[in-house]
Design a protein around this ligand. Structure first.
Ligand SMILES: Nc1ncnc2c1ncn2[C@@H]1O[C@H](COP(=O)(O)OP(=O)(O)OP(=O)(O)O)[C@@H](O)[C@H]1O
Ligand SMILES: [Mg+2]
Length: 406
């Protein structure tokens, strides 16, 4: 698995770069792009509560680098989270506690994220005003932009472009349903942590990307995260988010298809789903069954991504997407990236979220990190957040939907 993974990275000419970054204590460090450098004490523990697993990341800030202190993940039982709703709260609390105790984490303050139906992201144009007045001005205006009562949502804003002309500025308005945010916050508190930041998966990914790679100037790129139950798409132009969409589809479609096709329970179906082609048993039609399901589900997922990106390109000027960066557990599935590339005719590249981060190879098993790489991006983006982080605008998105408890 990890061998194949490294080979794939080599194909993308990144193996050497990654090794270089790991071995040479990260000379090209993402930290130089931080608006202000947090102390290690201020950095938050990143906790990505995904519907199939919880990932946890902690960084240390050194003089010129961001160093990995902890990265770990635990699977959740099937259907612990459905449609972004926490169903099996006891299991989620137990798994967070497991991560905390086995990594001997002492930090309490953490950053978590929400995604899917409960989140609305809109780019709006408002009269120019100083950032400190923006929060208040938006609260009174927000209902005209959202299909919810202001009482039912937590809202945050980020200035995208402070001067679009005519005395106006572009602002990103982000809202999440209060009850969903409260639910995530309370489950994390029950596990003994204290959420200080509630981010959105989309922007955690954008921040993690920015820590590792340059946003190519004058180029439009799409960050596409295909997880177990959500596909989140963020189109970035000149380093700033210009279009986002979350689609309620993901790898669990494939797990369910394999369950049905082979008449096996969830765990077994997921096991086959993740298996390398070379290791797959040829008996009982397993190989053929998994291949058939993979291709069918890959086509369905890609059709949705294509639909979204076609819509973006049709409604936006200068919007030709030059490259797709793929991440999330399903990015491991070859059929998905192949179908994306074939149907969209856009080069697809997988993100390495550890690319620009210092990793002590005596402390971490790099093969294990390699395997977790596609799943890690959201947690890494969350672990970049720090208490009291500013909103510099542009590429560094600093959304906090914690609401009045901020
Ligand atoms: N090697 C693999 N091949 C195919 N699918 C895989 C592989 N590894 C993981 N997956 C699938 O990826 C999904 C998990 O990805 P990820 O961890 O990004 O999702 P999540 O964060 O838990 O879910 P979400 O963000 O959608 O709530 C699962 O459906 C899993 O079966
Ligand atoms: Mg996820």
């Amino acid at each position: 698995m990890s061998r194949m993974y490294l080979d794939n990275w080599a194909k993308l000419n990144e193996k050497e770069a990654r090794k270089w970054a790991l071995q040479k204590e990260g000379i090209k460090m993402g930290t130089s792009r931080r608006a202000s450098k947090p102390s290690s004490k201020q950095l938050l523990l990143g906790l990505d509560i995904g519907s199939s697993s919880i990932k946890m990341c902690q960084f240390k800030q050194t003089a010129k680098a961001v160093e990995l202190l902890h990265f770990d993940m635990v699977p959740l039982p099937p259907r612990a989270i459905e449609d972004g709703v926490l169903i099996n709260r006891a299991a989620i609390v137990e798994k967070i506690r497991e991560l905390i105790s086995r990594n001997k984490i002492r930090a309490k303050n953490c950053a978590i994220s929400v995604s899917g139906h409960s989140v609305i992201i809109k780019k709006i144009c408002v009269p120019e005003m100083p950032p400190e007045e923006l929060d208040e001005a938006i609260q009174s205006e927000v209902e005209q932009y959202l299909p919810f009562d202001i009482k039912d949502v937590n809202v945050d804003v980020q200035i995208l472009n402070p001067k679009v002309g005519g005395g106006f500025m572009d602002v990103l308005l982000v809202a999440a349903k209060k009850d969903v945010v409260d639910d995530y916050v309370s489950v994390v508190k029950e596990a003994g942590l204290c959420p200080v930041v509630v981010d959105v998966d989309t922007f955690a990914i954008q921040n993690a990307f920015w820590l590792n790679y340059e946003f190519p100037p004058k180029e439009v790129i799409a960050l596409v995260n295909v997880g177990a139950s959500t596909i989140s798409i963020n189109v970035i132009s000149n380093g700033a988010s210009v279009y986002t969409r979350d689609i309620s589809m993901g790898g669990s479609l494939l797990t369910e298809a394999i369950m049905k096709e082979l008449d096996v329970p969830w765990e077994e179906a997921e096991h086959y789903q993740k298996m390398r082609v070379d290791d797959m048993p040829f008996s009982g039609g397993i190989f053929q069954g998994v291949q058939k399901c993979s291709e069918r589900v890959a086509e369905a997922l890609v059709a949705e991504v294509q639909h979204t990106l076609d819509f973006f390109e049709a409604t936006t000027l200068n919007s030709d997407i030059a490259r797709i960066y793929l991440l999330g557990g399903m990015s491991e599935m070859g059929a998905l990236s192949r179908a994306l590339e074939r149907r969209l005719e856009i080069p697809v590249k997988r993100i390495n979220p550890f690319y620009n981060i210092v990793i002590d190879s005596r402390k971490f098993n790099l093969d294990v990190l390699d395997e977790m790489m596609p799943l890690a991006t959201v947690a890494l983006g969350l672990a970049m957040r720090f208490k009291g982080d500013a909103k510099p605008g542009g590429s560094d998105a600093r959304i906090n939907l914690l609401g009045s408890k901020k």
